[in-house]
Design a protein around this ligand. Structure first.
Ligand SMILES: [Zn+2]
Length: 114
């Protein structure tokens, strides 16, 4: 597995759909984070490594739980679905299409006898 596949996305907070803490609403569109544009981006970025996407979302979920507990003393009832349930309901990626920004894979040469 390439090292870059294990890194978390680092969007520009001024222009990207990133969460405002501690509310966890999107800074760009105001929707609860992860908002629809982020979900599309995350599904594409992690299409080859869906378990890494779940680790990333679990980390964000944990941070959101801590923020909500610190600010309101309660955890919103939809927080699990909002952070962790949606990838399972998302359409499966077309693995024949390269991911956005993906480096083309080297194709194997057919084996030929010497
Ligand atoms: Zn957004």
């Amino acid at each position: 597995m390439a090292a870059e596949a294990l890194t978390c996305p680092r969007p520009d907070p001024a222009t990207e759909h990133v969460p405002a803490r501690p509310s966890w609403d999107c800074r760009a569109c105001g929707a609860p984070w992860p908002c629809a544009p982020v979900k599309v981006t995350l599904l594409d970025e992690y299409r080859e490594f869906p378990s890494v996407l779940m680790l990333y979302l679990a980390t964000q979920f944990h941070a959101a739980v801590e923020d909500h507990l610190a600010t309101t003393g309660a955890i919103p009832t939809d927080l699990y679905a909002r952070f962790l349930a949606w990838p399972r309901r998302a359409p499966k990626p077309d693995r024949d299409q390269p991911a956005l920004g993906a480096v083309p894979r080297r194709t194997k040469r057919p084996w030929r006898p010497a």
